[in-house]
Ligand binder design. Structure first.
Ligand code: HEC
Length: 253
């Protein structure tokens, strides 16, 4: 609304800027809606374009290889390696992982731990805990995780921090579910976070599964990368500390 006598350029008029504000707000609201739908497809478990694998991924070996183009470690779903030796259907796997997630939420494990970027850093980040070299090797892992979660103070490793995890009084069923949840979560493509993580020694990841479970296409069919980049192709080694050294994404880039 220009004062009489003072000419106003079109770009300086109040009217023009009001219309701009309305247009930008409306347009960005639309963008937000579109982005929300796009995000939903990307974070949906097992979606074609997504980063989150189908729940039946817990029937497979999960490993990481260096992706030279992306310059970070990428999850690779390997051959069959069912959790606790028991192959589950997609629905059964989903129920188990769900139970694990509810247990972790119900006990508020994030009071001490971080999960997918949320939580505390009093205790180790649990996002890739399934692949923690501290479990020694593939064969020992399930038993050691079970024993630890059943009685953390007795089976503590503490990594020299002196911090102890209190007993969470988990039932056997809850322990299994939590482990399934941790295994599934370790296969999520988290853009290389937590940074510097190294997977424990495992068998080969090369054999791309042909299962109908959907797990293999969940993360796209990334072909196995260069031999020397693979965390471990030599089969399990009892040495807990040595194996994945030199393969952290920091060192490799
Ligand atoms: C009061 C803090 C606290 C709470 C609550 C807690 N933890 Fe822990 N947790 C720790 C500490 C400290 C360690 C590391 C010490 C050790 O390994 O003995 C740890 C270690 C772990 C590890 C091993 C991590 C690795 O990478 O090897 C797992 C798995 C784990 N916790 C799971 C859980 C789950 C599941 C819950 C919830 C049911 C939970 N924690 C609740 C403190 C806690």
């Amino acid at each position: 609304m220009s004062e009489p006598g003072i000419p106003t350029e079109w770009w300086a008029s109040e009217n023009f800027w009001r219309k701009c504000a309305i247009f930008v707000t409306g347009f960005m609201a639309l963008v937000l809606v579109l982005l929300t739908f796009h995000t939903l497809t990307v974070i949906e478990a097992g979606s074609e374009a997504g980063r989150v694998p189908a729940y039946s991924v817990i029937n497979h070996r999960i490993g990481y290889v260096m992706d030279d183009e992306k310059r970070r470690m990428m999850p690779v779903i390997g051959p069959k390696a069912p959790l606790f030796g028991e192959e589950l259907t997609e629905a059964e796997a989903m129920a188990l992982v769900d139970h694990g997630k509810l247990t972790v939420q119900g006990r508020n494990c994030m009071n001490c731990h971080t999960i997918l970027g949320n939580g505390a850093y009093y205790a180790p980040d649990l996002t890739k805990a399934w692949l923690d070299p501290g479990w020694g090797n593939e064969q020992a892992r399930e038993l050691l995780m079970t024993m630890f979660l059943k009685d953390p103070p007795t089976n503590a490793r503490t990594f020299g921090t002196g911090r102890r995890m209190p007993n969470q009084e988990l039932t056997d069923a809850e322990v299994r579910a939590v482990i399934a949840y941790l295994k599934w979560m370790s296969a999520i493509d988290t853009n290389g976070f937590p940074s510097g993580f190294k997977p424990l020694p495992q068998g080969p990841l090369t054999e791309v599964p042909q299962s109908s479970s959907g797990a293999s296409r969940a993360l796209g069919t990334s072909p196995p990368l260069a031999e020397h980049r693979r965390p471990s192709t030599k089969g399990p080694s009892p040495a807990a500390s040595a194996p994945a050294a030199g393969h952290s994404m920091r060192e490799a880039t």
